[in-house]
Ligand binder design. Structure first.
Ligand code: C2E
Ligand code: MG
Ligand code: MG
Ligand code: MG
Length: 282
């Protein structure tokens, strides 16, 4: 379905490689206030079961509606939030907001899992598991309805600490997902140790899946590795029907991408689900 989500933000400031540019410095100081003033918002992108088209979960993705710069995308301010100690606040806000939306979807008849991205800083924060536990209780959400997505590189930055926190979350029955898989440097040793349910293959391997033989071999190999380790596969970056067809042939369980839907505002997701009975038909 259609959405006008576009990248027209402060990206132009990226051109100066100086990470201490005036704009960046002011964004850093504004972020905390932005959260408090409600300038951050979550968009939601469905993930479908490849075989049936049924929406099985949605991923929440943060956007900053900046009063002067317009929409700012997370790649520009998540690193700032990490550097300035604001990421915990942002993560807490994101998990609570996403759980509220999960409840809303359940109320309109769609009991689907909600995925939230957490950063490297969060994954070694031993206060995160009890925080999440309180929220699940507050909103009466089953822990297995929450998926936390952690990038491969976040786990690798301090594997021992990450494994500790991930095991705490896993023991609470929360679902865990390794994001952007294939772009970091996981050793097989860490992959074996990580208590994760799902691997998300990075979009760089999925975008040209229908035409690129190397990508096909890579996706096929990652899928067989994940299945043999008892994990399921999500392919992100599905931009055309060719990729979706290829994924079906490879027995990949779950797909996500612009071909199915862009990340959209909550009310757009809700009406789409209602209009389509929660099923994507290509
Ligand atoms: P991610 O978790 O890997 O999310 C997937 C990104 O790919 C999203 O970018 C999404 O809009 C984009 N995408 C989805 N489908 C397609 C497609 O078919 N083609 C292409 N080219 N792109 C697609 P977005 O929303 O800009 O987010 C970028 C990254 O920022 C995320 O990558 C995630 O690592 C991080 N992020 C987003 N929201 C949060 C959050 O609430 N907390 C934290 N800590 N990180 C977040
Ligand atoms: Mg993600
Ligand atoms: Mg990803
Ligand atoms: Mg990513």
């Amino acid at each position: 379905y259609e959405s006008k989500e576009q990248h027209h933000s402060v990206t132009r400031y990226k051109e100066s490689n100086n990470k201490y540019s005036v704009v960046r410095l002011s964004l850093m100081t504004e972020l905390k206030q932005a959260i408090e003033e409600g300038q951050l918002t979550l968009n939601y992108q469905p993930k479908i079961d490849v075989a049936s088209g049924k929406v099985v979960s949605v991923e929440s993705l943060v956007r900053w509606k900046h009063p002067e710069h317009g929409f700012i995308f997370p790649d520009e301010f998540i690193p700032l939030a990490e550097q300035t100690g604001n990421i915990r606040h942002l993560t807490h806000w994101a998990i609570e907001t996403a759980l509220q939306e999960h409840v809303r979807l359940r109320e309109i008849g769609f009991d689907i899992k909600m995925a939230v991205n957490i950063s490297a800083v969060d994954v070694s924060d031993l206060e995160l598991p009890p925080f999440v536990s309180n929220l699940l209780e507050k909103y009466s959400v089953a822990p297995s309805s929450l998926i936390l997505e952690v990038t491969e590189s976040a786990i690798m930055s301090d594997p021992d600490k990450a494994m500790l926190a991930l095991n705490m979350l896993k023991n609470m029955s929360i679902k865990l997902s390794i994001d952007d898989f294939g772009t970091g440097y996981s050793s097989m040793e860490q992959l074996k140790r990580a208590p994760v349910d799902e691997l998300k293959i990075d979009k760089s391997f999925v975008l040209d899946l229908a035409t690129n033989k190397d990508d096909l071999i890579i996706v096929k190999s990652i899928t067989s590795l994940a299945h043999n380790l008892g994990m399921t596969i999500v392919a992100e970056g599905v931009e055309d029907n060719g990729s979706l067809t290829a994924l079906r042939k490879l027995n990949v369980e779950t797909a996500q991408g612009y071909f199915i839907s862009r990340p959209v505002e909550a009310h757009i997701l809700e009406s789409w689900l209602q209009d389509n009975n929660g099923v994507f038909k290509s």
